[in-house]
Design a binder for this molecule. Structure first.
Ligand SMILES: Cc1cc2nc3c(=O)[nH]c(=O)nc-3n(C[C@H](O)[C@H](O)[C@H](O)COP(=O)(O)OP(=O)(O)OC[C@H]3O[C@@H](n4cnc5c(N)ncnc54)[C@H](O)[C@@H]3O)c2cc1C
Length: 403
């Protein structure tokens, strides 16, 4: 009899897990996706939406249509509780039973962790959705019209998605230069990392120096290893008493995994990130696989201020592909693959140039890496976005080799 495979989430992790499962299992088994969001959003382009270089429609696509063409049913719902002993997920609109589950629900943002962090942009902004990006765009436009001010980018203690703060600092600097307003604005960046470019994995060799030079050249103050005390009407307050004047702040909060997984012994850690073994399967409930941001990955080293391990879109796709392979191996027989070496290639854009890093951040030694700077990487990032969205819209093949 065919198995029921339920995928939670339809972003980088959920979408690719479902598509890969369909390819590996054919139509003999039922694959369904339950996801809170009807749209796929290409998150790496959110900074461009915030800076006004992209409209949301360019980076979003109805994911149900794409999945539907592969014979995968998409149901829009928010799962509020997982009952792994009964093999079912409880949603706001229904109950979903499964034989195998892929959990790819990303994260929830813990705005309550620090006073003044704010989902609505009243005191501070975030950059995780198109709505966030449009709120940042409007706030920036108000500041351009005013002709001057102070801008603060930051990563709060416990934050793990660290790159966007850097990217936004450089992009805003470039934009202000193009508008011939740079001299009227101060830009500061604070971060939980022990040094610039640590990125929750101990850094990428000389990339630290490259970023420090970039901050100096662009006259951006970079404050490292610091905790955020709060965001008040007077500015961004750092622990130790320093206050940064601020007309616009964009701060990455810490993450939860999902409240839906909390409180089930053996399923998730106290922050709601799923526990899994080297095959991405939960040890207590081996028919549950975790991929992407929702997976618990402990930090490789202790840092004075807590820094989470980031999971990039590309790492997430690799995990999705390997989890799908292992579920197929469970069902059809075959050798399972370990999650192994999650090599990443990441491009942080600065508008007038860009930074490429390629490394194996989770596998020591981390010295198998490349980091480069150049405008060519800006165009590579644009080309990647175009190709990715063309895949979503028209089904252009997604090369499996890289995943
Ligand atoms: C501003 C920004 C820039 C980035 N830039 C890059 C980059 O340049 N390169 C790169 O590789 N990565 C980048 N990333 C990281 C990348 O976006 C993530 O690695 C990726 O989105 C993780 O995918 P995921 O599927 O694990 O989770 P998510 O993308 O968070 O998706 C979670 C999915 O689960 C659904 N969901 C959540 N909760 C529930 C629930 N309770 N019930 C049902 N469905 C639920 C959501 O609707 C969504 O479909 C960036 C991230 C941000 C925020």
């Amino acid at each position: 009899m065919g198995k029921r495979i339920l995928v939670l989430g339809s972003s980088f992790g959920g979408y690719h897990a479902a598509m890969r499962l369909r390819k590996l299992l054919g139509s003999a088994h039922q694959i369904s996706v339950v996801s809170a969001d009807p749209l796929f959003t290409f998150t790496p382009s959110l900074p461009w939406v915030a800076l006004g270089g992209r409209d949301p429609s360019a980076i979003q696509h109805p994911v149900a249509a794409r999945l539907g063409r592969a014979g995968i049913r998409h149901m829009q719902d928010t799962v509020t509780r997982l009952e792994p002993a009964a093999c079912r997920a409880i949603g706001k609109n229904g109950v979903y039973e499964y034989d195998y589950l892929v959990a790819a629900t990303g994260s929830e943002l813990d705005f309550a962790a620090v006073p003044g962090l704010d989902p609505d942009g009243a005191r501070s902004h975030a950059l995780f959705t198109v709505e966030h990006a449009m709120a940042v765009r409007r706030a920036l436009e108000r500041l351009y019209a005013r002709g001057g001010g102070s801008i603060v980018l930051g990563n709060a203690q416990g934050a793990s998605c660290l790159g966007p703060a850097y990217e936004m600092a450089f992009l805003i600097d470039t934009m202000l230069r193009r508008k011939k307003l740079r001299g009227k604005f101060s830009i500061s960046l604070f971060t939980n990392e022990p040094f610039a470019g640590h990125f929750g994995v101990g850094g990428f060799g000389a990339m630290r120096r490259m970023l420090e030079d970039e901050f100096t050249d662009r006259d951006i103050e970079c404050i490292t290893s610091v905790r955020l005390a709060g965001v008040s009407p007077h500015g961004v307050e750092l622990e130790g008493g320093r206050r940064l004047a601020c007309d616009l702040s964009l701060i990455t909060p810490p993450f939860y995994g999902s409240h839906a997984y909390m409180g089930v012994e053996g399923l998730a850690n106290p922050r709601g990130f799923l526990l899994a073994d080297e095959f991405l399967a939960n040890q207590r409930y081996p028919n549950i696989y975790a991929v992407g941001v929702s997976l618990a990955i402990p930090p490789k080293e202790a840092t004075p201020v807590p820094v989470g391990v980031p999971k990039t879109g590309q790492m997430t796709q690799v995990m999705a592909s390997r989890a799908a392979h292992n579920i197929a191996a469970d069902i059809q027989g075959g050798v399972k693959v370990r999650v192994g070496d999650l090599g990443v290639v990441c491009i942080a854009d600065a508008g007038d140039t860009a930074f490429l890093v390629g490394a194996s951040p989770l596998q020591p030694p981390r010295n198998r890496l490349v980091h480069k700077k150049g405008k060519i990487y800006h165009y590579m990032k644009e080309a990647f976005e175009l190709y990715y969205m063309a895949h979503m819209r028209y089904g252009l093949p997604m090369p499996e080799r890289s995943f």
